[in-house]
Ligand binder design. Structure first.
Ligand code: NI
Length: 203
């Protein structure tokens, strides 16, 4: 039913990476560029790191979440996990609205129940230009903390359920292509190696 082209983490054909400068202040009150958030691409091994729980929701965590939303919108994605921008904290951001004005920020998200299954065509900002059909649970129950330190218990199905499963996988060092057959993964690796060689020869 929902086997249309759906870009979970967005399509990024135009840029090598997204570069967001976050202005901040050091102890001397000097405005400095604190963080450059760059989306890591497969097969970068840092995408395999497991993210740690956020213990305190402070201004730094809020700034990370804001910057992640900026990156996600800049790359036309609908979801982004902190692991993808090389931050090992359990933070994900999602926005499924057409107007891109309904951001959802999930701190320490956890799925508590998985029911049924559904298939959708997935993509990922960390695996540019590759899409494939993946099977995941149809309905999930999940909990998370908001930036206001409030615990939310919720449930959902369809696209949001798939998106949350995809992003939490990132926090555990897992990519959607891990669900593919060995043959498909080998083909994808060959394609990426070819592209890298081509880029090197152009440079
Ligand atoms: Ni992704």
């Amino acid at each position: 039913m929902l086997a249309e082209t759906i870009f979970f983490c967005g399509l990024t054909t135009t840029s090598y990476f997204s570069c967001i400068l976050s202005a901040s202040y050091n102890n001397f009150g000097v405005n400095i560029a604190m963080a450059i958030l760059k989306v890591l691409h497969f097969p970068d091994t840092r995408l395999r790191d497991k993210a740690l729980p956020v213990y305190k929701i402070d201004s730094k965590v809020k700034e990370i979440a804001k910057n992640m939303l900026d990156v996600m919108y800049a790359e036309n994605g609908i979801g982004l996990a902190a692991t993808q921008v090389n931050i090992r904290q359990r933070i994900i951001v999602i926005d499924l609205s057409e107007e891109k004005n309904e951001p959802l920020i999930l701190i320490n998200p956890k799925i508590t129940k998985l029911v049924g299954n559904q298939t959708m065509r997935e993509g990922c900002l960390s695996v540019p230009d590759y899409y494939d059909i993946i099977e995941r649970a149809e309905y999930i129950e999940y909990c998370y903390k908001t930036l206001d330190d409030e615990v939310i218990n919720s449930n959902t199905d369809g696209l949001l359920a798939v998106c949350i499963q995809h992003e939490i996988d990132h926090l555990d060092g897992k990519l959607f292509i891990d669900y593919l057959s060995l043959l498909k993964r080998q083909r994808l690796k060959k394609k990426i190696n070819k592209q890298e060689k081509l880029q090197q020869s152009i440079l």
